[in-house]
Ligand binder design. Structure first.
Ligand code: GLY
Length: 378
């Protein structure tokens, strides 16, 4: 099959790029190793929370805030186009403090965010309980972030795929891509087992598998970072907002379930749900809302986040003409995935990125370059 652009990976990033490239008239093929959205895109809890999850001095901050704005425009556009709602919630996020150290961290965050003109409001314990009557009565304060929110990422995957196909993209599933086809030093397509797919442009949107594209001289050093999620069955929902502690989060879904997360484990590609992982997530959930102790657990699963050594994504041209990366979104794939897909689709079309991509270049991992320390949120 000949195309103008091949996108390897049918998650949120790849589908977002596909719908934009197809709309621009490019013959676009998405090649997915399993099912559309089979991995982190649907395993995540759906946080769209740049203010709760990004540090002040992080090179990610602008991308994260723009990622949230992008969701505000994307959700109604996708609904108008596909008839599918992605349930982008609008009530905001409350982060809880249970210790003096938790309170100090929340106050530091409130302070830098208000200085930057971002809405963030300190709450006393009584105000927290007024906003969220079912949280732990031991709460000693909170931070209300009205702009942070959540989205139903499973619905988002469906809507992006429907849009991409309606705009003319092809999606090939069940086909693991093993490597690039390179001719005279430039990208000419990809190899999927015995089959070659030809195109002069290839986008690596392979999530946790992004390091595994043979033939790339400098592959993004992405590794899977496992996260456990527990789904509580609750109807009516016991929470109004996304509610976090410094240790994790509870995300109420429009379908009545509440998702709790998460762990960060380096366990390779092993997707087993472990007792230790469940124990950690249940501990997070019960600290935030002990009432969950009486609520049935409906489901549990793990997802593999695409982590990089410095915690930052890899976005931009690769080391071969025709190769682009949109990889390594780690803990921010739902938040930033649609925007990163749009940015890389723009790069392919010769458009400038609205965000400085220098900190996200794959060249930072070239041999001999100093490496940044991992991202930390405070
Ligand atoms: N952004 C949520 C997580 O990675 O667990």
């Amino acid at each position: 099959m000949d195309a103008d652009v091949i996108i390897v990976g049918g998650g949120i990033v790849g589908l977002s790029a596909a719908r934009l490239l197809a709309a621009a008239g490019a013959r676009t093929v998405v090649i997915e190793r399993a099912r559309v959205g089979a991995e982190a895109s649907t395993a995540a809890a759906g946080m769209v929370a740049p203010q709760a999850e990004t540090a002040e001095d992080s090179p990610l901050l602008e991308l994260a805030l723009r990622g949230r704005d992008h969701h505000l425009a994307l959700a109604p556009a996708l609904e108008a186009e596909t008839g599918l709602s992605v349930d982008l919630a609008c009530r905001g996020l409350i982060e809880l403090a249970f210790t003096g150290e938790d309170l100090r961290r929340l106050e530091a965050r409130r302070s830098w965010q208000t200085r930057r003109g971002l809405a963030a409001e300190a709450l006393g314990p009584a105000e927290v309980r007024e906003s969220e009557p079912n949280v732990n009565p031991a709460v000693c304060g909170g931070l209300y972030i009205p702009g942070d929110r959540c989205v139903d990422n499973v619905r988002l995957v469906r809507a992006l795929a429907a849009s991409a196909v309606a705009r003319g993209a092809s999606i090939v599933t069940g086909r693991p891509v093993t490597g690039l086809v390179v001719e005279s030093g430039v990208v000419a397509g990809v190899q999927a087992a015995a089959e070659a797919f030809r195109a002069p442009v290839v986008i690596n949107a392979m999530g946790a598998w992004a390091s595994q594209l043979a033939g790339d001289p400098l592959p993004p050093p992405v590794e899977p970072v496992r996260g456990h999620i527990v789904a509580f069955d609750m109807a009516p929902a016991l929470l109004r907002h996304v509610v976090c502690s410094p240790r994790g989060y509870l995300v109420p879904r429009a379908d009545g379930r509440t998702l709790a997360g998460s762990t960060t484990e380096r366990a390779g590609f092993d997707k087993i749900v472990t007792a230790a992982g469940l124990g950690t997530v249940l501990g997070i959930a019960l600290e935030i809302a002990p009432i969950l102790g009486d609520v049935p657990v409906a489901d549990s699963w793990v997802g593999l986040r695409p982590g990089t050594p410095d915690g930052l994504p890899v976005i931009g041209p690769g080391m071969l003409p025709g190769l682009f990366h949109a990889a390594g979104l780690y803990r921010n794939g739902i938040l930033m995935g649609p925007l990163v897909g749009e940015i890389v689709a723009g790069l392919v079309r010769g458009l400038a990125s609205p965000v400085d991509l220098a900190p996200f270049s794959v060249t930072r991992f070239a041999a001999g370059r100093p490496q940044l320390v991992p991202e930390r949120v405070d």
